[in-house]
Design a protein around this ligand. Sequence first.
Ligand code: NMX
Ligand code: MLT
Length: 435
Amino acid sequence: AKSLKERLTEIIPEKQEEVKAFKKDYGNTVLGEVTINQAYGGMRGVKGLIWEGSVLDAEEGIRFRGKTIPECQKELPSAVPGGEPLPEALFWLLVTGEVPTPEQTKSVSQEWAARAAIPEFVEDLLDRCPKTLHPMAQFSLAINALQHDSHFAKAYSNGINKADYWGPTYEDAMDLIAKLPNVAARIYRNVYKDGKVADIQLDKDYSYNFSNLLGFADNKEFVELMRLYLVLHSDHEGGNASAHTTHLIGSTLADPYLSFAGGLNSLAGPLHGLANQEVLRWTMKMQETIGKDASDEQITKYLWDTLNGGKVVPGFGHAVLRKTDPRYMAQREFALQHLPEDPLFALVSKLYHIIPGVLTEHGKTANPYPNVDAHSGVLLQYYGMKEQDYYTVLFGVSRAIGVMSQLIWDRSLGLPLERPKSYSTAHLKKMYAKN
Ligand code: NMX
Ligand code: MLT
């Protein structure tokens, strides 16, 4: 059977031809217009990026290479019969557009395990971080440091031909993803536990190893949750802040490590990935303030206090989605199956029924429904991972799978430096204002 790299070597020239022909026929077709409101409004709805792995529909949610989440759960190989899909399989799908066989999936598991070790100086760097340094800052720091061994950076300084860029990008992408469990678990063990990190087991899958390094692999359900979690958070088309940042930095031909470190810094913002920590914080604070058995009316009042205080309700709303996020639903299904009686899950379900009504009445939010971050914390809490400041690190490990897939294609397709046009208000007024 062919390895992922061998298969890619076959696919890339075909895809290059496809894109060339498509551009020849449709290159001057107009994709959309941009209004002044959109320029001031975070470019919402502006169509200006190419992203091969996934496309997000406002109503339906994400599709990975055309497949919905339930389809991925059905079609991608799993570790447990009928269980959650393996992130290794999703990576293969995102990179090639093809569902891998169990054998191909296993080959990725083995490669990632074999590439997992991190240099001693990166371990030292993490060990010397104060426990008070936010886990996301530590994560980004370590990824920048791993740049030391970048194949792409080395090849570039040795004068690589641009036609060959994808090869060392692929090697860096594989190394980077492979090393994340050692980086992320070290942060967790240092900040919250005894600082000891288990060894990678070469015959085990990525999620088992990551769970084991964190100290949670004894619980088979937690390992299954990790497989689902790493699949769900991987990719959300190209315009989300972490994906877009990684892509933008990559377009300068900074190597995959430097590019992904930037993506992590985007993910660490409370309007993006940090929302999963904020959801837990907000929910706990609410319980402290109005009690664990608060009535719907008390919860509604607490929500209005949040909104009137000029704060967002974390875990709700979305820049593109206009319905409940299917990633939320997949996590809800997991909870219904594994922790139906959990009191925190009951509260999350209750909030799911109250918050959209309040946000609608408030009248600002374009989408009052929950996003992926509204549900991840309750699952982690249930299995004993209580430290919410760590949650965005898990999101980051997963996001690498999506953004590294695309970076391989960015370099395969020879996408250029990204550089859109900007204007000042004064200039725009001169261009358009009526006298
Ligand atoms: N709570 C309160 N107000 C909100 C919320 C919310 N959950 N969502 C949007 N709004 C407000 C928003 O702040 C804006 O107010 P203003 O006009 O005063 O600036 C107004 O509603 C219109 O915003 P939208 O067009 O609905 O949302 P936008 O596309 O600008 O932003 C989010 C999308 C996701 C940033 C926004 O919904 C939000 O802040 N949600 C809470 C944070 C969150 O859950 N983020 C995680 C997103 C998923 N992820 O992992 O990245
Ligand atoms: C994501 O997964 O990146 C978030 O849902 C944010 C987004 O898509 O804009």
